[in-house]
Ligand binder design. Structure first.
Ligand SMILES: Cc1ncc(COP(=O)(O)O)c(C=O)c1O
Length: 411
């Protein structure tokens, strides 16, 4: 369809798979379509470089239900709670959590954000939630579901929280408890909020009834793998009281999941031991996957810290390459420090029809997650150039959109 590009995407990529055939045929067609379209998926942070044949038996023949608290095994035996405990501890170590830690494997960071706000309300019923306009929509959703007051704090042009605005907002409600939801890797620009500064601001205001939850869905693990001197202030040693990361992003679990870690078990008077499961009801959902802890465990065990670190660096190198190449062809782009994400002026529609880019209506981004290759980036750049040249050569072409204010490059 996009004839002005250097190459066209297979015409049938957007055609739904015919579900009326025999089951085997439908599954083969679905798999083929998904594999072919993967090449053009460069806008979302799900890593796709790992496969798990060793888990096939457990995944296809075994019911696994980690119902309730992971540290309370309960009546059933068909669970992987010991594996889950090891996953929580490995992630907690990477995030430099104290020994008093607690956590569980969630369905994703959305659930982790909801749990953190619920725990905040159980600790401080008068709590006010503060987060930035660059935070993920799940934070506002969780506040809405829990009927908690939510204050949106300005974000600067790089996507980082505006600390002066936070201080101003906190100063208006010094009598109220606060939970500040910081983000380590904002959705559009992968900016990282500075938890040390947030804690200092609370300290200056004498807001002692406070919690700092970090939504580190995307960048928590990659940032934790940086050398100490380069590591941004986002983890427990910076003052976080809870952190969530997503498994299906950097850790490539292929199925959505997350790991939520608290510095200490949250104050949860509503959590009671449920007689019939034999476990404490400390999680958002009751029945929980026993398979996702296994896949997380497999990634952590087989790659180890060094393997994970090498993957993170390869992604950063590719992001730096992408940023540099966009600069070379004169297409506005920016990248935050250590980010896998490259933010660029939104390409013409023909390019967006073929390449799956995240677009917020103002600008677009590419996420160089593990599994994205330089060949894909080069093909994208070739298409971008071709679309531009086509537009320049065509007297009837719709002019490029007028320049909007573009993101400032981080210093
Ligand atoms: C910063 C941030 N928080 C939360 C989420 C939601 O995470 P999940 O899909 O694991 O629920 C995302 C997803 O992209 C994200 O980028």
């Amino acid at each position: 369809m996009a004839t002005n590009l250097a190459t066209t995407a297979p015409a049938d990529l957007n055609t739904p798979v015919d579900l009326s055939g025999p089951v085997e045929q439908v599954l083969t067609d679905l798999h083929t379509t998904l594999k072919r379209s993967r090449r053009f998926d460069i806008g979302f942070p799900g890593a796709v470089d790992l496969t798990f044949p060793a888990l096939a038996g457990l995944f296809t023949t075994q019911l696994l239900n980690n119902v309730g608290d992971p540290f309370d095994l309960g009546h059933g035996r068909n669970h992987t709670k010991q594996v889950e405990q090891q996953v929580i501890n490995t992630i907690a170590d990477l995030l430099r959590a104290p020994a008093s830690r607690w956590g569980y494997v969630t369905t994703g960071s959305t659930e982790g954000n909801l749990h953190a706000l619920d725990a905040a309300w159980q600790t401080y019923p008068d709590v006010v939630v503060y987060t930035s306009t660059a935070a993920h929509y799940s934070v506002a959703k969780a506040a809405r579901m829990l009927k908690l007051p939510l204050i949106m704090v300005r974000a600067d042009d790089t996507g980082q929280m505006d600390y002066d605005d936070l201080a101003g907002q906190l100063s208006l409600r010094r009598d109220r408890a606060a939970i500040i939801v910081a983000t380590a890797g904002t959705v559009m620009t992968e900016a990282v909020d500075n938890v040390t500064r947030i804690v200092e601001i609370c300290h200056t205001m004498a807001i002692t009834r406070r919690l700092v939850h970090v939504d580190a869905a995307l960048s928590g693990i990659p940032l934790a793998l940086l050398p100490d001197a380069e590591r941004p202030a986002f983890d427990f040693t910076a003052g976080a009281t809870s952190i969530v990361i997503s498994g299906h992003k950097f850790l490539s679990t292929l199925m959505p999941c997350g790991v939520l870690v608290y510095a200490q078990p949250p104050h949860t008077p509503l959590h009671a031991r449920v007689a019939y499961t034999g476990s404490v009801d400390s999680t958002i959902s009751g029945s929980r996957s026993g398979h996702t802890p296994l896949i997380l465990w497999h990634v952590l065990q087989t790659l180890g810290t060094e393997g994970l670190r090498a993957r993170a660096q390869a992604s950063r190198d590719l992001a730096a390459y992408t940023h540099a190449q966009l600069g070379q062809v004169g297409w506005e782009a920016t990248r935050n420090p250590y980010a896998f994400t490259v933010v660029l002026r939104t390409p013409p529609a023909a390019v967006r029809d073929k390449w799956v880019l995240a677009d917020d209506g103002q600008y677009s981004h590419i996420v160089c997650a593990p599994g994205i290759t330089q060949v894909q980036i080069d093909d994208f750049l070739t298409d971008l150039q071709a679309a531009r040249e086509h537009r320049a050569a065509s007297p009837t072409a719709v002019p490029e959109p007028t320049r909007r204010r573009f993101l400032r490059s981080p210093r």
